[in-house]
Design a protein around this ligand. Structure first.
Ligand SMILES: Nc1nc2c(ncn2[C@@H]2O[C@H](COP(=O)(O)OP(=O)(O)OP(=O)(O)O)[C@@H](O)[C@H]2O)c(=O)[nH]1
Ligand SMILES: [Mg+2]
Length: 384
């Protein structure tokens, strides 16, 4: 499915139906009087949030959406039927913006949520309505009221709990593929990922959603690379996972570049809780790992976790760390949407932890490809 996160569309609710002008005519009944019914209401234009979509691509091919007109009134005092509503299905996280692209008209964040964007016009009165003691045979009838119409922007801001950030090639997509059933494209060149990918991480009984976005480079906020256009998709995340390619010469600089872009984007991204990891530890020697972890620790002022998306080292500690922040945020503000419930059951599945020769069995990783140290904690009693 192609990914599209914004679309400009024309929406219109249905016009009301016209009232009727009619007189009762029956054998032996003279002066039967007016009996024109009212027109029906036009259909509403409704947006409905559904769980199993994550793109606005449908709105690329069709851009005009109109609800049906109300039916006209008829003789014998028959009121016209209501026009059919137009129901537009949009993914969770869709915002409706005015033509200026700033005013938010509606924000759909929960599956099943429905918003009446435009109301249908009322039907006009039939001539029966205008009958009075002094005007027993009115010929007046009203046209229906017109529906509303406007151009609006639909903008999708995906809803995820954890957002993956890093330079291109840092291994973000590899990580997503390792901890979820998502299958993003992975390759050894920058900008492999051109649009965000979501996956559901299952951790015991709990689950959360992770979002992988295209890599950031220096100057992204000015449009360099793919730019910061996709950062909007992690605006609603509760925690960011910052992956740093351990094979880079200067890991601290890599960290700073991405932080700078997050700050330049704004939207509160630089104040979100962050988990910093040194990725690709499988291709580093233990001395390298030590040195680079230390350099990163100094740059970010917090603990840095070693990780390898390819061999599965350190996945669980990282996930647990992410989940601590997610849980905290959920508890601190229960009104904040639980993203996984918003996402629905669409992509729910069992997790899939890759591991290399030895099992990274839940506690803390231990080995490297050549048997060197990676991640050891107190209760390591059987190896080395
Ligand atoms: N050795 C090693 N290589 C890795 C690891 N994770 C990713 N790679 C490799 O790094 C390259 C880039 O990986 P991706 O997952 O596509 O990186 P990305 O961050 O998603 O890159 P963009 O989408 O371009 O921003 C691929 O060749 C991966 O095989 C790892 O843990 N260890
Ligand atoms: Mg990628």
């Amino acid at each position: 499915m192609k990914f599209l996160d914004q679309a400009k569309i024309f929406v219109k609710s249905g016009d009301g139906g016209a009232g009727a002008c009619s007189f009762r005519r029956e054998k032996h009944i003279e002066f039967g009087g007016p009996d024109g019914g009212d027109g029906g209401r036009g259909g509403d234009l409704i947006l409905e949030c559904v769980a199993n979509l994550n793109t606005l691509i449908d709105y690329r091919y069709q851009q005009h959406f109109k609800a049906q007109k109300g039916h006209h009134g008829q003789g014998s005092n028959k009121t016209g039927g209501k026009g059919d509503d137009m129901v537009m299905k949009v993914p969770v996280g869709t915002q409706v913006l005015d033509e200026d692209k700033e005013t938010v008209l509606a924000d759909l964040i929960q599956a099943g949520q429905r918003v009446v964007l435009l109301k249908g016009g009322d039907g006009g009165f039939g001539n029966l309505h205008f009958k009075t003691s002094t005007n027993q045979a009115p010929r007046r009838f009203d046209e229906g009221w017109p529906g509303e119409e406007r151009w609006v922007w639909l903008r999708l801001k995906l809803i995820a709990d954890a957002g993956l950030v890093g330079l291109p090639n840092a291994g973000k997509s590899t990580f997503l593929a390792a901890v979820t059933r998502a299958r993003p494209k992975i390759a050894a060149y920058p900008f492999t990922t051109l649009h965000p990918n979501l996956g559901v991480v299952t951790l015991g009984d709990e689950e959360f959603i992770a979002a992988d976005i295209p890599g950031l480079i220096e100057g992204a906020h000015e449009g360099a690379g793919i730019g910061d256009r996709f950062l909007g998709h992690i605006e609603r995340c509760r925690v960011l996972l910052h992956l740093i390619d351990g094979t880079e010469e200067d890991v601290a600089e890599a960290y700073r570049v991405v932080r700078h872009e997050l700050a330049a984007y704004g939207g509160g991204l630089d104040t979100k809780p962050e988990v910093v990891t040194l990725n690709k530890c499988d291709s580093l020697t233990s001395d390298d790992i030590e040195a680079k972890l230390a350099a990163l620790r100094e740059a970010c002022g917090a603990e840095v976790l070693p990780l390898s998306g390819v061999s599965g080292i350190g996945l669980k500690p990282v996930l647990s760390r992410l989940f601590v922040h997610i849980k905290e945020a959920r508890e601190a503000d229960p009104a904040v949407l639980a993203a996984s419930s918003a996402f629905g059951a669409g992509k729910r599945s069992t997790p899939h932890f890759k591991s290399s020769t030895e099992e990274d069995d839940g506690d803390d990783g231990r080995m490297g490809p050549n048997g060197e140290w990676i991640w050891d904690e107190e209760e390591d009693d059987d190896e080395e």
